[in-house]
Write a protein that binds this ligand. Structure first.
Ligand SMILES: Cc1cc2nc3c(=O)[nH]c(=O)nc-3n(C[C@H](O)[C@H](O)[C@H](O)COP(=O)(O)OP(=O)(O)OC[C@H]3O[C@@H](n4cnc5c(N)ncnc54)[C@H](O)[C@@H]3O)c2cc1C
Length: 498
């Protein structure tokens, strides 16, 4: 079956799904839900997967885009979580999404505030992380080991660092996504290619073990999707559909800087947070030239908003930490955009920064499987566990999960050094996007962050984008800088009308 998602397919499948009883209904199309839809469809099960908004509308698009090896979990003694992360990182890098996930270098600059003891401790951590890589059988070719580099090399990789008193840097490597929202789109399309009905703008109003009452958010129509099993993958919103789930959301804020703000930054940075032990802010250069700076971890009470906002105190905190290692400190005006996301952590005791990132399955009395917690890196394992449980609860006829060996749409093994921008975003589909660019001049014209009209049209035809927000805020990330978003609106409207 075709992997293309678009308005016509949505209408057709929305009509079909009313007359069916599917094997698995997945609610929520973030990384976890899209992963569950793929897991179930690839076992030969019939699947409907719905989201109240769009693919990657929730937390999955607000991440740091890191595919973690799990080092921080190791530091807290959570060996199982750390190992699971390292294994999943290897799966993405080596097999399922080598076009979307690559190795990224990070420097921990040895500025005067970092003591020799702290540096030695950090290096021990990086070596342990490299041990995890080896244990997970990810080859060094995909993820190099750590080393200490002298100050001149550190400055060659990260020119904005303050050179006064710089003793060098610790260089380490971890996985990094081209874009988290693109991972979700690739998962949903791969599931669709295997027959899953992927339906955005469909809100579950109520779940039972036998399906859901659903509202089409475009028309207001209500209907029922009947299912043999139901997986609730609504992340930080899961408690709204399952009374026994207790989530303690934790806000993570990032700053968005333009490429010109930190020229000469080609590696990420781990910046020690003053006064904290073994906690770092992250400086994350992106393939589109922008730089993200994160990340806070603040518990949030009260109703869960659709789109969380970054408060000014988070912005000031992150700027302060970043400036502690820069030669020329940045000002508030240098911050071109901000974003915040809510981690769907399971409620427990203690600070949210210390709550386990392990995922959990919760089964309601009538058999709804809720899968929460975890992180982007381990979405595949979360999905596998949820579908395993649904299969056994529903007595479904299905074999074991196949997703550890199933390449996502576009997967290609292009050498990282040889990858151009389009290959890093579209993998083996890059040539088809190029062919679209050749049709008319405006389709080849790069807009903000280099995105062309052809990419917007591609998103409408194949990636399920239904409106301007889908195009600018999720299929591309132009919208992270409000000024750029404004500038790209005419192209987005033209793509929808094309
Ligand atoms: C700031 C931040 C940085 C992070 N960085 C990283 C990182 O670098 N690496 C990493 O591995 N992890 C990271 N994480 C963790 C990771 O992003 C999350 O664990 C993960 O994205 C959660 O995905 P999910 O699919 O479970 O939830 P979500 O992505 O939130 O998906 C839930 C979906 O459910 C939908 N929904 C809600 N209610 C309904 C309803 N009633 N009916 C239908 N649909 C509904 C929503 O629209 C949403 O699309 C980060 C988290 C945060 C907050």
């Amino acid at each position: 079956m075709n992997s293309s998602l678009n308005a016509a397919r949505r209408s057709r499948e929305l009509a079909e799904v009313r007359d069916l009883v599917v094997d698995v209904l997945v609610v929520g199309l973030g990384a976890t839900g899209a992963g569950a839809a793929l897991d179930a469809a690839s076992r030969g099960l019939s699947v409907a997967a719905i989201d109240a908004h769009d693919l990657a509308f929730g937390t999955s698009r607000w991440s740091s885009k890191m595919i973690h090896g799990g080092l921080r979990y190791l530091a807290r003694g959570q060996v199982g979580v750390a190992y699971e992360s390292a294994v999943e990182r290897g799966v993405l890098l080596g097999r399922t999404a080598p076009h979307l996930v690559g190795a990224e270098p990070y420097l921990l600059p040895l500025v005067p505030a970092v003591s020799r003891r702290q540096a030695a401790l950090a290096m021990t951590g990086y070596r342990l992380g490299d041990g995890l890589r080896a244990a997970a059988r990810t080859p060094r070719r995909l993820l190099p080991g750590p080393s200490r580099i002298p100050a001149d090399r550190a400055l060659a990789l990260a020119a904005p660092l303050d050179r006064r008193g710089l003793r060098g840097a610790l260089l380490s490597w971890d996985g990094r996504l081209t874009d988290d929202a693109r991972l979700v789109v690739a998962l949903a399309r791969t599931a669709a290619a295997l027959g899953a009905r992927v339906l955005t703008r469909c809100r579950a109003l109520e779940l039972t073990g036998g399906g859901a009452s659903v509202r089409d958010e475009l028309t207001g129509d209500s209907f029922v999707i009947r299912a043999r099993t139901v997986v609730n993958a609504t992340g930080v919103w899961a408690a709204g559909l399952h009374p026994d789930v207790r989530i303690r959301p934790s806000r993570g804020t990032h700053l968005v800087l333009r490429a010109r703000t930190l020229p000469g930054l080609t590696a990420g940075l781990h910046v020690p947070i003053p006064g904290e032990n073994n906690r770092f802010a992250l400086v994350l250069p992106q393939p589109d030239g922008r730089v993200y700076v994160g990340l806070t971890d603040e518990p949030v009470d009260g109703p869960v908003p659709d789109v969380p906002q970054a408060p000014e105190e988070d912005v000031a905190f992150l700027l302060g930490v970043l400036n502690s290692v820069l030669e020329a400190p940045l000002r508030r005006e240098d911050v071109a955009g901000t974003y915040a996301g809510l981690r769907p952590l399971l409620a427990g005791e203690g600070r949210t920064a210390d709550l386990s990132r392990r995922h959990a399955l919760l089964i309601s009395r009538d058999g709804v499987v809720t899968v929460v917690g975890g992180k982007l890196t381990t979405y595949r394992r979360m999905a596998e566990d949820a579908v395993d449980r649904a299969v056994s609860l529903g007595g479904l006829d299905a074999g074991p999960s196949r997703t550890a060996r199933l390449p996502l749409v576009g997967a290609t093994r292009a050498d990282r050094g040889a990858r151009d921008r389009l290959t890093g975003r579209y993998g083996s589909e890059a040539d088809a996007v190029r062919a679209l660019m050749a049709r008319e001049p405006w389709l080849a014209e790069p807009g903000p962050t280099g995105v062309t009209g052809a990419e917007l049209v591609w998103a409408v035809r194949h990636e399920g984008a239904l409106d301007v927000e889908d195009l600018l805020d999720r299929r591309t990330r132009i919208g992270l800088v409000p000024e750029d978003r404004e500038a790209a609106l005419p192209a987005a409207r033209a793509a929808l009308a094309y």
